[in-house]
Design a protein around this ligand. Structure first.
Ligand code: ZN
Length: 171
């Protein structure tokens, strides 16, 4: 493999984080009227996605039928905040038009697509513009942030770090 070829291939496999976040912002604006906490059902209905909770050994998965309808299945055995992140992640795979959820494909690209779906979900559940404004105006604690967005601590810390708000959170 020549270097030139390798760099092109690497670039294709790199997760497009910014693009995933922009898509989340677009959906929050267009389908949710900028409401907080995000109502995932609004998005699911508008996209014509079918959704169901089941006894799964994984958090969630998306399947498509022959006529192109997407089905999100999520585990009924995980907490509500984890279910919310899982469903947001699966919506990410659908709106970012990922292929590995539909076909077999190599690990690298699947990993990269999962990263994109995670970034999409994080930005969808905690829109950057909203958390920046919220922290500036209310000087919240972590608990205030969990209550506002209906998210887990892990998702909250990632949003806080990504938006460089760590030193502005009340302890
Ligand atoms: Zn995934």
């Amino acid at each position: 493999m020549t270097n030139e070829y390798k760099s092109v291939a690497d670039d294709m496999l790199k997760p497009k984080i910014k693009n995933a976040q922009l898509k989340a912002t677009e959906i929050w604006n267009d389908f949710c009227d900028k409401k907080i906490p995000i109502q995932l059902n609004d998005i699911i209905q508008k996209l014509g996605i079918k959704i169901k909770s089941e006894n799964l050994t994984i958090d969630g998965i998306t399947r498509t039928s022959n006529n192109g309808i997407c089905f999100i299945l999520y585990s009924k055995n995980i907490s509500v905040v984890r279910q919310r992140f899982t469903v947001a992640h699966e919506i990410g795979h659908i709106v970012l038009e990922h292929t590995s959820i539909f076909d077999d494909c190599d690990q690298f690209s699947e990993k990269s697509q999962n990263k994109e779906a995670d970034s999409f979900a994080g930005e969808l559940l905690v829109p950057s513009s909203d958390i920046k404004k919220f922290v500036k105006e209310k000087s919240p604690t972590i608990q205030n942030i969990l209550d506002r967005y209906w998210i887990s601590q892990g998702v909250a810390f990632i949003a806080i770090e990504n938006n460089r708000l760590l030193n502005k959170i009340k302890t």
